[in-house]
Design a protein around this ligand. Structure first.
Ligand SMILES: CC(C)(COP(=O)(O)OP(=O)(O)OC[C@H]1O[C@@H](n2cnc3c(N)ncnc32)[C@H](O)[C@@H]1OP(=O)(O)O)[C@@H](O)C(=O)NCCC(=O)NCCS
Length: 188
């Protein structure tokens, strides 16, 4: 894993956006041109139903709206990465954000055609390495729905431990239903 800095898109402030490179992937700032690929892969109940906020169905307008927010995010508080496969292009997203002040959380999704090949584990591990070395974060939280064993596996393999806490989190794609969510923590 290595991290390099790239210039922001034209019109942005002077801060730079990190790029994290792994053997098969590039984690880079998302851009509006990603919208069609985001909409195509995100419009999948198997993806949206495992996240708190992604709607289903998920259209181009949802992707544009989300990418606009990502572009405006303050990189001191949030890090949003498009996960790009060196051969296949855009395959998913990875986000560090702070749903509660002072509590950085990791979230991600991978498009269904790319499941089961270790990409989420590779992306999460590299992103955490970057967060520790470049972003100076020592504690990262994550929560996965109790019926999402695959994400639990990803988080365990990336070095997270279960805290024992199970909280109810609403899921937009399940009609706002509160879903038991197993909390995990990663310590640098
Ligand atoms: C969860 C998700 C990110 C996994 O992506 P991925 O690239 O397929 O994950 P990886 O290939 O890195 O690893 C998946 C691990 O989970 C395991 N796994 C996959 N499906 C599983 C299941 N149904 N039950 C238990 N383990 C499962 C795999 O075997 C693998 O572990 P292994 O390498 O030890 O065999 C992807 O399925 C996804 O985007 N799902 C929808 C959105 C989501 O869940 N986001 C996370 C919200 S917390």
């Amino acid at each position: 894993m290595c991290a390099i800095e790239v210039e922001p898109p034209r019109g942005r402030s002077t801060e730079t956006r990190p790029v994290v490179a792994t053997e098969r992937l590039l984690l880079r700032a998302p851009v509006m041109a990603d919208a069609p690929a985001v909409a195509e892969l995100a419009n999948d109940p198997g993806v949206a139903r495992m996240t708190t906020s992604m709607p289903y169905p998920y259209g181009l307008a949802d992707a544009r709206d989300w990418l606009g927010k990502a572009e405006r995010a303050d990189p001191r508080d949030e890090a949003v990465f498009a996960i790009e496969h060196r051969q296949f292009g855009f395959i998913g997203m990875l986000v560090f954000d702070e749903p509660a002040a002072g509590r950085m959380e990791l979230g991600y999704w991978i498009g269904r055609p790319f499941w089961g090949r270790g990409y989420a584990t590779e992306a999460a591990s590299a992103a955490l390495g970057w967060a520790r070395a470049e972003w100076r974060r020592n504690v990262v939280w994550a929560g996965h729905f109790a019926d999402n064993r695959a994400s639990g596996q990803v988080l365990c393999k990336a070095g997270f431990l279960y805290t024992g806490d199970v909280v109810a989190r609403p899921c937009a794609a399940r009609g706002g239903e509160a879903v038991p969510t197993r909390m995990m923590v990663w310590l640098a």
